[in-house]
Design a protein around this ligand. Structure first.
Ligand SMILES: [Zn+2]
Length: 251
């Protein structure tokens, strides 16, 4: 087995591993998206709680103010009963009326606060409903992921062993290069050479369609231990048996 043959073996099993993993990856991504949406809901929930707390504190303050106004009004009413002349009476009555206006302003403010609390409460119910729905989706997605993981576990373990065996016989620097390319190109680390015109010696990379310099082809034909890469997309080039036979029949 030549280096290129060994790389092709690795390439094939690596793609199988990736394709198998992708079945689980889509379920992982789906679950992650659901969890992220749940996080958004949790933020909404916290904001709602903070605002509710603030408005409730405002209502409590208003009620304290109204309580002390009521106490003052009661006191003034007692004094009104004891008023000794018209002037005193009028002055006390004027104060009662002024204070009543203050009270009215506080009551209006309280109404605004209570309206805000009501809409916050409705929003809280809506948030809770959405959180419940999302939680159910997360549970289903978690289960689905586990099912998919267990479905592929055995086959994946076998393929990974096969992959390690294939990788073990590749020189380290070539293997590093292969792994980086496979990661960059979603497993497509290698590309076959297409014969465009045999007589004119025109060849191209099947992945990126770039016309390949003749040097690349002659180097490959001359030394099967040599890694030749596409000058454009950087993938490791190989010749299918048929193409090799067409280019160099004597080989
Ligand atoms: Zn290419």
């Amino acid at each position: 087995m030549t280096l290129i043959d060994n790389l092709l073996t690795l390439y094939k099993v690596d793609r199988q591993v990736r394709s198998l993993r992708s079945r689980v990856e889509s379920a992982e991504i789906y679950l992650k998206v659901q969890k992220r949406q749940m996080d958004v809901i949790a933020v909404e929930q916290t904001e709602n709680e903070v605002q509710t707390k603030q408005h409730k504190a405002n209502v409590a303050n208003i009620e304290t103010e109204v309580g002390s106004i009521d106490a003052r009004i009661d006191l003034l009413r007692e004094e009104l009963k004891k008023a000794v002349n018209d002037k005193q009476y009028s002055a006390l009555l004027a104060e009662v009326n002024t204070i009543k206006e203050h009270k009215k302003a506080f009551e209006d403010e309280e109404l605004t606060e209570l309206t805000a609390l009501e809409s916050l409460d409705n929003a809280a119910k809506d948030i809770l409903e959405r959180a419940d729905e999302r939680e159910k989706v997360i549970q289903v997605a978690t289960k689905e992921l586990k099912v998919r993981e267990s479905e592929i576990a055995e086959q994946l373990a076998e393929l990974e062993t096969e992959r390690s065996t294939a990788a073990a016989i590749i020189p380290e620097d070539t293997l590093d290069d292969f792994d980086a390319l496979a990661d960059d190109y979603e497993g497509e680390a290698m590309a076959s050479i297409e014969i465009i015109d045999l007589k004119r010696k025109e060849y191209s990379c099947t992945s990126c369609s770039l016309r390949l310099p003749l040097d690349s082809i002659t180097s490959m034909l001359g030394n099967k231990e040599l890694v030749v890469k596409c000058v454009s997309c950087d993938r490791i080039l190989y010749l299918e048996a048929e193409a090799r036979e067409a280019i160099a029949p004597s080989d």
